[in-house]
Write a protein that binds this ligand. Structure first.
Ligand code: FES
Length: 107
């Protein structure tokens, strides 16, 4: 089990647990975290699961694939250096405590 903290644009924090094999997006939707739409269900086609990875964690994530990189060019909120798709983040023991910031909007 991996703990993830989501920080909303208003500063509100929600800490949840992700189970093995679950992506950060799946854990967020299972816990009703607002701000993650995930319209394509995690198939890397919609970019509505956009998050900003906290600076302290950014270098610990695996590099993104080309399709994730391309999709991030079409996010509703501005793309930043810390932008990732939460459906492509697979929590692991190394990422226990991961902090993800939610963008102002997903659509
Ligand atoms: S859920 Fe659609 S790209 Fe992540």
């Amino acid at each position: 089990m991996t703990t993830i903290t989501f920080i909303h644009p208003d500063g509100r924090e929600q800490r949840i647990s992700a189970t093995a094999g679950e992506t950060a997006m799946q854990a967020a939707t299972r816990h009703d975290i607002g701000g993650i739409l995930a319209e394509c269900g995690g198939n890397a086609m919609c970019a509505t699961c956009h998050v900003y990875v906290d600076d302290a964690w950014l270098s610990r994530l695996p590099a993104m694939a080309d399709d994730e990189d391309a999709l991030l060019d079409g996010t509703a909120a501005e793309r930043r250096a810390s932008s990732r798709l939460s459906c492509q983040i697979k929590p692991s023991a190394e990422l226990d405590g991961l902090v993800l910031h939610l963008p102002e909007r997903q659509a």
